[in-house]
Design a protein around this ligand. Structure first.
Ligand code: RTP
Ligand code: MG
Length: 166
């Protein structure tokens, strides 16, 4: 999948203050979230160091405090699930850190790094095992497909996205 159709728009945003040119092939990028409870516990530095040590480049990053409507839109696929309200409440409880990550096979590789949804079932060397507290408070999100990576990057990092920097 090559060409302009698959390019992610440039955006000047985040604490890096750099213009990001995400012009590579889809499959090279994923959208990561350090969830609010992990931000509140002061884990951002330790988590981003683990991410970089695992071979990812952080192309852009920003702190965002989602509204309820934005959290419901981001996790719309889970609307109606019994955990949905707990999930949206946790995602709006404070600022989260959204990160655009670059690496070969980024989507699959990052989901391997974060581990199983339930931290109790996650492998020992995974981020959710180290920083997760429960299935809802599992510290990290990672896009689950290239298509969703593009949608989620646009959600956080383009002018037309739903969640611009607060
Ligand atoms: P994520 O989307 O956050 O990267 O997580 P995931 O793919 O591993 O899991 P998914 O099924 O997409 O669920 C999204 C988030 O909802 C919360 N959850 N709670 N039974 C439960 O209590 C339950 N199931 C899911 C988790 O926070 C999960 O990350
Ligand atoms: Mg998911």
């Amino acid at each position: 999948m090559k060409g302009a159709d698959h390019r992610i728009k440039q955006k000047e945003a985040g604490f890096s203050k750099s213009k990001v040119d995400l012009s590579g092939e889809v499959g090279t990028y994923t959208l990561a979230i350090i969830k609010p409870h992990a931000v509140a516990k002061g884990h951002v530095h330790d988590i981003t160091e683990r991410i970089k040590m695992s071979g990812f480049s952080i192309k852009d990053s920003k702190f965002v405090h989602l509204s309820t409507e934005e959290a419901e839109e981001f996790y719309a696929i889970h609307s109606g699930q019994e955990f949905f309200e707990r999930l949206t409440m946790s995602m709006t409880s404070g600022p989260l850190a959204a990160l655009i990550l670059e690496k070969h096979d980024a989507v699959r590789s990052f989901r391997a790094l974060i581990g199983a949804t339930n931290p109790a079932e996650a492998a020992d060397d995974t981020l959710r095992k180290q920083f997760g507290e429960s299935t809802v408070l599992n510290a990290l999100h990672g896009s689950d497909s290239d298509q969703n990576a593009l949608r989620e990057v646009n959600f956080f990092f383009t002018d037309s996205g739903s969640a611009d920097q607060k």
